[in-house]
Ligand binder design. Structure first.
Ligand code: FPP
Length: 242
C-alpha cells in the first residue's frame, strides 16, 4: 500500500511575515507565495500525490486592508493567465472551491476558463480554495439539501460539500508556525494527519515538503479503530467514515 498521501491540503501561511522581514510590501510576499505554490505543485506531481488543496483566500480575508485584498485579486488574475498553460502541460486539473459570487466577472470568467482548459487532466487535481471557509461550506451544503427537501445526514452533507469530488485529505500541512485550522476544511479534516511547519510559506521548498511526507509515513491511521484492527500499519486513504 502506498505511503504517499493521496490528498494533501495546505494552509499557506507566512507570506506577510516573509515580506515584512525584507522590508517589502505584503503583496510581495504573496507573489513569492505563488512561486512557492508552483514549486510545490510540481513536487507533488513528481511524488505521486493525487490531490493538492490549498487555501489561497479565506472568507475572512476580505477584512484585510483594501490594497491587500485588491492585490490578491489581481494576483489571482495574473496567476491564472501566467500559470494555467504550465499546469495544463503538467497534467494538472484545476478546481476553484469557494463562493464565487463576490468575485469580479473577469475573475469568475478566468476561473471557469482555467477549469475548462484543464478538465481532461489526470495527473493531479489542484483545488484552489478562494473566498472559501469551512463554515461557509457546511452551511451551503445544508442549504442545498434543504432547498431540495433532502434529509440531512452525514452522507448527504458530505456529497453536497464543495470538495465532494475528492476524498478527504490524508495530510494537512500548515506553514508559518501557527497551530490552528483557521476555518479550513472543517468537515473534511476529521481524520487527517496534521503537520505544522515553522517555515514561512515562501520558504517551504521541496525538502520541507519531503519532511512533511516523511512525517506522514510514520503515522498509523486508525479511523477510530484499534491498532490491532488496522494491522499495526497501513495508511488508508480516500476513506469516508460513515
Ligand atoms: C497567508 O499568509 C496567505 C494568504 C492569505 C494568501 C495565500 C496566497 C498565496 C500563497 C498566493 C497564491 C494566491 C493566488 C492568488 C493563487 P499571511 O498573509 O496571513 O501571512 P502572515 O501570517 O505572515 O501575515
Amino acid at each position: 500500500m502506498s505511503k504517499v498521501p493521496y490528498h494533501v491540503a495546505i494552509v499557506m501561511d507566512g507570506n506577510g511575515r516573509w515580506a515584512t522581514k525584507r522590508f517589502l510590501p505584503r503583496i510581495a510576499g504573496h507573489r513569492q507565495g505563488v512561486e512557492s505554490l508552483r514549486r510545490c505543485v510540481e513536487a507533488c506531481v513528481e511524488r505521486g500525490v493525487g490531490v493538492l488543496t490549498v487555501f489561497a483566500f479565506s472568507s475572512e480575508n476580505w477584512n484585510r486592508p483594501s490594497e491587500e485584498v485588491s492585490g490578491l485579486m489581481e494576483l489571482l488574475a495574473l496567476t491564472l493567465s501566467g500559470e494555467v498553460p504550465r499546469l495544463h502541460a503538467n497534467g494538472v486539473r484545476i478546481h476553484f472551491v469557494g463562493d464565487r459570487v463576490r468575485l469580479s466577472q473577469k475573475v469568475q470568467a478566468g476561473l471557469a476558463q482555467a477549469e475548462h482548459t484543464t478538465a481532461g487532466n489526470q495527473r493531479l487535481v489542484l483545488n484552489v480554495c478562494f473566498n472559501y471557509g469551512g463554515r461557509w461550506d457546511i452551511a451551503q451544503a445544508a442549504q442545498k439539501l434543504a432547498s431540495r427537501g433532502e434529509a440531512i445526514t452525514e452522507l448527504s452533507l458530505d456529497r453536497a460539500m464543495a470538495l465532494a469530488h475528492v476524498p478527504d485529505p490524508d495530510l494537512l500541512i500548515r506553514t508559518g508556525g501557527e497551530l490552528r485550522i483557521s476555518n479550513f476544511l472543517l468537515w473534511q479534516v476529521a481524520y487527517s494527519e496534521l503537520y505544522f511547519s515553522d517555515k514561512l510559506w515562501p520558504e517551504f521548498d521541496e525538502a520541507a515538503l519531503d519532511e512533511a511526507l516523511a512525517f506522514f509515513r510514520t503515522r498509523e491511521r486508525r479511523f477510530g479503530q484499534t491498532s490491532a484492527q488496522v494491522g499495526g500499519h497501513g495508511v488508508r486513504h480516500g476513506m469516508k467514515v460513515a
